[in-house]
Design a protein around this ligand. Structure first.
Ligand SMILES: Cc1cc2nc3c(=O)[nH]c(=O)nc-3n(C[C@H](O)[C@H](O)[C@H](O)COP(=O)(O)O)c2cc1C
Length: 192
């Protein structure tokens, strides 16, 4: 069974740190050489979504359709997210509020980054995503500005993830692929 995994970059901020973390996840996913598994980046910033409830402009209407189709095309997701004031980004919550069938009965794993690895934001967003019938893995990665970045929060900062994240990431991929596969069988009607 083939699987497509979308690695979502949740930050839409100029100069965001999220891209380098997402690239690291993608690189590690591709290195695994999982049979029939494709990993791709999904950059939230590339979708000009309206706020839920506002009338979309023509281009936002196209972006909404593109967002829906893009998310529907994946069997599982890795959400690379920061936290702002102990919550995941508002743009991310807004984007997920447009989704329903596209993500139902699919699996998702978290990679957070921040001073405490976005742990508080992730805890809260787990409740939101559970309501959207998304299965979330136990294993998550919490990337810390204190231990996983050199010269953090300066122009010279450099992403230098600790070696202890490697086995965590392996466990995350294993859990995510297992559930993505099982849930694809469920969606295909192979499991009643
Ligand atoms: C409005 C705002 C609120 C923030 N709140 C938190 C926070 O609650 N916890 C935290 O660890 N970092 C917080 N930060 C720092 C972010 O973790 C840091 O800016 C990070 O780089 C954001 O990810 P991004 O660069 O990919 O957007 C906050 C940053 C902003 C701009």
């Amino acid at each position: 069974m083939s699987l497509k995994i979308g690695i979502i970059i949740a930050s839409v901020r100029e100069g965001r740190n999220g891209k380098v973390v997402a690239d690291w996840v993608l690189e590690n996913g591709q290195k695994r050489n999982d049979k029939d598994v494709t990993y791709e980046l999904v950059d939230l910033k590339s979708f000009d979504l309206p706020l839920l409830g506002a009338t979309p402009t023509e281009s936002q209407g196209i972006a909404l359709k593109n967002w829906s189709e893009t998310m529907a095309s994946y069997d599982g997701y890795i959400l690379v997210t920061p936290e702002y004031n102990h919550l995941v980004p508002g743009a991310l919550v807004n984007a997920f509020n447009f989704l329903n069938a596209e993500v139902n009965n699919k699996a998702l794993a978290f990679v957070g980054y921040g001073f405490l690895g976005a742990a508080r934001g992730i805890v809260g967003f787990r409740a939101h995503l559970a309501y959207q019938q998304i299965a979330m893995t136990q294993q998550q990665i919490n990337i810390s500005f204190v231990s996983d970045f050199k010269n953090a929060m300066t122009p010279e900062q450099e992403f230098a993830p600790g070696a202890w994240h490697t086995p965590e990431l392996e466990a995350l991929f294993t859990q995510l692929l297992g559930w993505s596969k099982a849930l694809k069988a469920l969606r295909n009607g192979e499991i009643k």
